[in-house]
Design a protein around this ligand. Structure first.
Ligand SMILES: C[S@@+](CC[C@H](N)C(=O)[O-])C[C@H]1O[C@@H](n2cnc3c(N)ncnc32)[C@H](O)[C@@H]1O
Length: 186
């Protein structure tokens, strides 16, 4: 009887350990992806959406969508357009699924932004590291139609001239993030 009790306790401890390790590894993955999970400041969400210049029939992608906050805000303002979030890290993906659960026009995919199909995009939002954006641009150019709008927060695309640069430094004085928006048309 005592042996059975010990075996069950050992099993329970092993199970808990495995769970904790899995949990920690997924948190670590959030910070070791091509760009870490650093959400866009709330104060510039509407400025981003305004400068995306969405229309009926637009299909907007957030590549590396984090917790899906921009997509949720877009769906709130434009219930008629389609939005897709692509996120590789488990916890931000779960948060994005939860945050966007009530919007039928948002799809969240747990995929790698370098492997995902973005051919239906008319608008792309990026809040990623410069080296990631510049690697990604070849994919965007090869898959997307001419006229696709790309809005990159804080970082410019190498070798492309922005159509518009918006200074958002006044919007949220308490953070160093989200100070400039660069708008490109392909
Ligand atoms: C700086 S956060 C931006 C989050 C969101 N776009 C926002 O503005 O609030 C970058 C996100 O990209 C995700 N990411 C990084 N590399 C990725 C990859 N190769 N494929 C998919 N998502 C990736 C990270 O997990 C992180 O959540």
């Amino acid at each position: 009887m005592i042996l059975l009790y010990l075996a069950l306790t050992a099993l329970l401890i092993l199970f808990c350990l495995a769970f904790v390790l899995l949990f920690l590894s997924q948190i670590l993955a959030t910070f070791t992806a091509d760009a870490p999970f650093v959400p866009i400041p709330k104060g510039i969400e509407d400025e981003i959406i305004r400068n995306l210049d969405l229309k009926n029939g637009s299909v907007v992608y957030d590549l590396g969508c984090g917790d899906g906050r921009i997509l949720a805000r877009i769906a709130e303002k434009y219930p008629e357009i389609k939005a897709v979030g692509v996120e590789i890290a488990f916890w931000p993906y779960v948060l994005a699924k939860w945050k966007t659960r009530k919007y039928k026009n948002i799809k969240i995919r747990r995929e790698n932004i370098f492997k995902t199909d973005i051919s239906s995009a008319t608008h792309i939002f990026l809040y990623l590291y410069p080296q990631v954006i510049n690697r990604l641009i070849a994919n965007i150019k090869s898959q997307c139609r001419p006229g696709t709008i790309i809005l990159s927060c804080d970082f410019e695309l190498e070798g492309s001239a922005p159509e518009n640069i918006i200074d958002t430094s006044e919007k949220d004085a308490f953070t160093l993030r989200g100070k400039k928006l660069f708008v490109y048309r392909m």
